[in-house]
Design a protein around this ligand. Structure first.
Ligand code: ZN
Length: 147
């Protein structure tokens, strides 16, 4: 029986505080860092990380975790400024390694063409989740005959 692999890899990331111009305003010091592997963020024991720069960094992390084109700025650019305009901190995002994950372990949405598992459901729910066009609209239906 040939089993098609559902493995994929993501970069592990390290996000480290580095000195920019100007002094730090927020509660972060040069050398503070956090790491990201898959969906998990981890801090060194006892270290904190302020939520405002974290909020600015979060949207970039999934892109940095994934393979990007060599010409893409997402590949080359690694420094992010602190969102506090008076804070001198910069954050360097480094790809430190790769971790392999299995699709089936991180989502309940089946891979296209994968044999269905479970209790013999029709797969309708999964099919809707895969195809956004099949999702029902979030907005209430427009009234068509008000008058
Ligand atoms: Zn800051």
């Amino acid at each position: 029986m040939s089993q098609v692999s559902d493995e994929f890899t993501l970069y592990d990331l390290k996000v480290e505080v580095v000195a920019g111009e100007g002094e730090m305003v927020c509660d972060h010091q040069v050398g503070d860092y956090f790491e990201v592997s898959g969906e998990n963020l981890s801090l060194p024991p006892g270290q904190t990380f302020p939520i405002y720069p974290l909020a600015a960094l979060l949207p970039l992390l999934p892109a940095k975790q994934r393979e990007t084109h060599r010409n893409d700025w997402m590949t080359t650019d690694a420094l992010v400024a602190c969102p506090d305009p008076l804070c001198g901190a910069r954050f360097r995002i480094t790809r430190t390694g790769r971790t392999t994950f299995r699709h089936a372990e991180v989502t309940r949405v089946p891979l296209p063409g994968a044999p269905e598992e479970g209790t013999g459901g029709s797969g309708d729910v999964a099919a809707r989740a895969v195809d956004p066009a099949a999702e029902p609209a979030d907005e209430p239906a427009e009234p068509t005959d008000d008058a």
